[in-house]
Ligand binder design. Sequence first.
Ligand code: NAP
Length: 238
Amino acid sequence: MSFAGKKVLVLGGTSGIGLAAAQQFHTAGASVVVISRDKDKVANAAASVGDNCTGETLDVLDMEAMRALFAAHAPFDIMVNAATGGERATGPFAKMDLEGFRGSFRKLWGYTNSVQAALPHLADDGNMVLVSGAPARKAPPGYAAISTVGNAVEGFCRAVATEIAPKRLNVVSPGIIDTPMFAVDGAARDDFLDKATANNLIKRAGTADEVASGILFVAGNPFVTGTTVDVDGGMLLP
Ligand SMILES: NC(=O)c1ccc[n+]([C@@H]2O[C@H](COP(=O)([O-])OP(=O)(O)OC[C@H]3O[C@@H](n4cnc5c(N)ncnc54)[C@H](OP(=O)(O)O)[C@@H]3O)[C@@H](O)[C@H]2O)c1
């Protein structure tokens, strides 16, 4: 799939799934802008992706800054938002701090900001991709907040896709993916990833590249919109 001549903005493009997507779009010929909060991560990511990749510093929760940044890069063809947005609240819902539960929605607010801010500057045949997560439809105990946010992301996509056609909006839903989002190292990390994927059809954590290839698929296929593509090792089935 060629993205030659396309301009792609990747929010959360400095780590994990977003960085892998930036690298794959770049390899496929696109010019890419990687965007996140930390200026060192932005500089390192832009340099690692290569020529024809630049970086910008932005908090996805800052709508005015986002509008200005998107206007400065207009027009563009594809906007990917893989930013986590902030902390993720986990643990039994009955005992959960509801501030933490509400705080998990920063991911959704970052996504809604980016879709609204991108629309005026998106090419007529352009498209946008968001990232939900398998717990949206199969939540283990302790994942109520993450599941609720993921469902909101997928519902938002279906609703907004009907309003913006022929521009397109899709979601990719990863399972357990080995990225820096899980801030555990060494044997504890292996143990966590093994246990979290033990009941999957494919019994291992996925890679950021495997999810990124799903992002490029929906971005590059002009007949795909308003849908969620699962890249989760069969996590939803057993
Ligand atoms: N990894 C998994 O197993 C998994 C599973 C299901 C769903 N997901 C979803 O996949 C997406 C990507 O996750 P990942 O695993 O690639 O995470 P990651 O490696 O931690 O990367 C997160 C990226 O988001 C950026 N970011 C976070 N908050 C931001 C903010 N407020 N404004 C701007 N940028 C922000 C981070 O950069 P800065 O720190 O520089 O801002 C970083 O570039 C997320 O939506 C996550 O919920 C991941």
